[in-house]
Design a protein around this ligand. Structure first.
Ligand SMILES: [Zn+2]
Length: 128
């Protein structure tokens, strides 16, 4: 069970932005989730090192997955881990589109459908 103080801490730590697609809570109509990076069904804990702040779409598409396929190589890659990995090492953003620059980045972009039309549109408006 994640209490209110923990949720607050996780949201503040992320500057109230989704730790995967960078959308800000303030720009989104739905409430964000505190998600388990390693899902509970895989033994992930409620510790702060396993929690991330995520928008509803990233959270939904990520689901219980730990890995995804890199569309360039066809290889199975671990998903981006917001507590262990650095966003800039795995992704770039250009005109609202997020580009995976590592196997893990590409696999995560595709699984989380980070570049579906509406999300690019929104990001272009917000980030330029
Ligand atoms: Zn997101």
């Amino acid at each position: 069970m994640i209490d209110a103080a923990t949720r607050e801490f996780v949201a503040d730590r992320a500057n109230h932005r989704c730790e995967y697609c960078l959308l800000s809570r303030a720009d989104y109509c739905w409430s964000f989730h505190v998600e388990h990076i390693v899902p509970r069904q895989h033994g992930g804990s409620d510790s702060l090192g396993n929690l991330a702040y995520a928008c509803p779409r990233c959270n939904r598409y990520k689901g219980p997955n730990l890995t995804a396929i890199d569309p360039h190589t066809g290889r199975i890659e671990e998903l981006f881990h917001p507590r262990i990995n650095t966003w800039e090492d795995h992704f770039q953003i250009a005109r609202g589109t997020i580009i995976g620059i590592s196997g893990s980045g590409r696999a995560t972009v595709r699984l989380l459908q980070m570049n579906d039309e509406n999300r690019c549109e929104l990001r272009r408006e917000l980030l330029g």
